[in-house]
Design a protein around this ligand. Structure first.
Ligand code: 5GP
Length: 189
């Protein structure tokens, strides 16, 4: 997606050979016009999949997911990183190791929001080693719903997540695929 790649080139900050900071349009401040275009692009790519729900993880997956949900006219659910222990039987949960925070988080979704007849599109802001996407997929599997695919705003293709998920048979659609962040430069495939 050219608009997104242009924005990454102009406003992205390379923090290291493996971390890109995009807090001026995705991770802190949000560019609504760009998010709207991202929503249209995900909707275009997945429009024939019969999607009934979108599942993401708080907080940076929410903006692109809502814009996609608006286009596909389906609800958006975000997995929460904290859970109330009293509600444990009413939740689907999984454990996700965070690439940026280097810690494990339990993520969970209320059982009432995903049913076995749903067809779910998983969306996230970044794909690195694939832990967040795998955790979300585990939640969908527990609900016995179908997974239509995984939509990623920015995939770092030099990390293992995309390869692993595709090898597991998931359809992964990334709007920008970075081949390298070496020497402070963003390169795309
Ligand atoms: P994974 O679970 O695929 O290893 O990492 C994806 C998650 O880590 C995303 O939800 C995102 O929040 C965070 N993440 C991974 N790499 C980056 C990065 O280079 N920049 C930012 N801002 N977040 C990242």
């Amino acid at each position: 997606m050219n608009l997104l790649m242009k924005k990454i080139k102009e406003d992205g900050e390379v923090l290291s050979d493996s971390v890109l900071k995009v807090d001026s349009f995705l991770n802190h401040q949000i560019d609504p016009e760009l998010m709207s275009e991202i929503g249209k692009e995900f909707a275009r790519r997945f429009q024939d999949e019969g999607i009934t729900k979108i599942l993401t993880i708080e907080s940076s997956g929410i903006a692109p997911s809502v814009m996609t949900g608006l286009q596909l006219n389906v609800p958006v659910i975000f997995a929460r990183k904290r859970k109330s222990l009293t509600l444990i039987n009413e939740l689907y949960s999984s454990t996700v190791y965070s690439f940026t925070k280097q810690e494990s988080n339990e993520i969970s979704v209320s059982k009432k929001f995903i049913n076995d007849d749903d067809c779910v599109l998983i969306i996230d802001d970044f794909l690195a080693n694939g832990q967040a996407a795998i955790g979300l997929a585990e939640i969908v599997k527990k609900s016995k719903a179908k997974i239509a695919g995984i939509g990623i705003v920015i995939e770092k293709g030099f990390q293992e997540g995309g390869k692993n998920l595709r090898e597991q048979g998931f359809r992964v659609e990334s709007l920008a695929r970075i081949s390298s962040l070496n020497n402070g430069e963003v390169s795309f495939y």
